[in-house]
Design a binder for this molecule. Structure first.
Ligand SMILES: [Fe+2]
Ligand SMILES: [Fe+2]
Length: 166
């Protein structure tokens, strides 16, 4: 069982992942040596995070009358846009090329648009309507699901290709 020092509120956990994604964007823009490693971590995190939201968080939140189903549905569509933009960057061979910069900025745009909207709609809906006890249960389930996908290497180029094709 998580102790009191481990935050398990699903809203905070999702926000922490979004902030980590922003850090990794900065590393992917920075000196070339760091870019490939940062992309590897980012790819696993983005895919695992979205899987865990769709498996454990979105379905639970839909059940609340005051959380808009359309917002949740829209979140899933935006995950797909993020996956496509991620695949385009994974397919760039030279991390120092103009193509890298171009595909990276498209990925930043797609993901930032989604995290911004998710924070304003879905997560605020959760803050206002879901009791902390339930948010903590969802947080535990979210982390478990996310970590399972990260361990399985869900951000590999083959796995992202399969996801985009599906
Ligand atoms: Fe998210
Ligand atoms: Fe999301």
């Amino acid at each position: 069982m998580p102790d009191k020092t481990t935050p398990t509120d699903v809203v905070e956990l999702i926000l922490d992942d979004h902030r980590r994604m922003e850090d990794l964007f900065r590393q992917m823009r920075s000196v070339e040596a760091e870019r490939a490693d940062a992309l590897r971590e980012f790819a696993d995190l983005l895919i695992a995070h979205a899987h865990a939201e769709e498996a454990e968080v979105y379905p639970a939140l839909r059940r609340y009358r005051d959380i808009d189903d359309d917002e949740v549905e829209h979140g899933v569509e935006e995950h797909e846009d993020g996956n496509k933009a991620l695949l385009a960057l994974l397919e760039v061979n030279d991390v120092g090329s103009d193509s890298w910069d171009e595909k990276l900025e498209k990925l930043v745009e797609a993901v930032s648009h989604h995290t911004d909207e998710e924070e304003r709609t879905i997560l605020n809906g959760a803050r206002e309507n879901v009791a902390m006890e339930r948010r903590e249960e969802l947080g535990t389930a979210f982390t478990k699901e996310r970590d399972k996908h990260i361990k399985a290497g869900c951000g590999s180029i083959d796995s992202v290709r399969r996801l985009v094709k599906a």
